[in-house]
Ligand binder design. Structure first.
Ligand SMILES: O=C(O)c1ccccc1NCC(=O)[C@H](O)[C@H](O)COP(=O)(O)O
Length: 213
């Protein structure tokens, strides 16, 4: 069966070179991290500058951890974001989607099959590995999910796979899970917060190239 083109999000954009690689090699989404403890943090004013450089109809995703309304409003007043990606409860994610009038993606931490959601409260669900209890942040930890947990799981809503993906393993991850879209941060960096344009090119190519498993 012919697969549709895999959607690709490159998260944690902080500088022009990484952003330009996303545009050149055909990313669908880029992510700005508005979480101050992250090495990929960007201020709203910096994201606004980078955002103006975006072309090719690439969508800009703003990433927030347990955001309150004031924080969301302050950022949205300065940056044109197409999508809000949130690390919070499904109920709060839905409230944000209703209140701020933009599609919301909610991250669902998964440790076992029982964590896989049967419904999607918002526009899309991000399936990510449950972080260790001592993790400094809930995502962007280069931690890989056991993809075999997702075999046979066929959600009828939009979803995305994240966590520990890189140019070498993304083709296999797509082939095993059948996921329609993938998200990467650490796996295409030369240092935390600094994207590697060659790795971005390889990641996007390999996410869309057929792999037999
Ligand atoms: O990237 C961060 O520093 C970060 C901080 C707080 C919450 C989420 C964060 N990142 C999320 C992502 O970049 C991706 O959605 C995903 O977790 C992939 O990360 P990685 O394993 O580094 O590819």
């Amino acid at each position: 069966m012919k697969r549709t083109r895999t959607g690709v999000k490159i998260c944690g954009i902080t500088e022009e070179a990484g952003l330009d690689a996303c545009i050149e090699y055909g990313a669908d989404w880029i992510g700005f991290v508005f979480f101050e403890r992250s090495p990929r943090y960007v201020s709203a004013s910096r994201a606004a500058v980078l955002g103006k450089r975006v072309t090719n109809n690439i969508k800009k995703v703003g990433l927030f951890v347990n955001p309150d309304d004031t924080t969301l409003k302050q950022v949205l007043d300065q940056v044109e974001l197409d999508i809000l990606q949130v690390y919070t409860t499904p109920d709060r994610a839905l409230q944000i989607q209703n209140q701020f009038g933009r599609p919301v993606w909610v991250s669902i931490p998964v440790a076992g099959k029982g964590d896989l959601p049967s419904q999607c409260p918002v526009q899309r669900i991000l399936i990510e590995p449950k972080p260790p209890v001592d993790a400094l942040h809930p995502g962007g930890n280069a931690q890989q999910l056991n993809w075999n947990l997702l075999q046979g799981w066929k959600p009828t809503y939009p979803w995305m796979l994240a966590g520990g993906l890189n140019p070498e393993n993304v083709g296999q991850a797509v082939a095993i899970t059948g996921v329609p879209a993938v998200d990467v941060s650490s796996g295409v960096e030369s240092a935390p917060g600094i994207k590697n344009p060659r790795a971005i090119a390889r990641f996007i190519h390999n996410a869309r190239a057929p792999v037999i498993v």
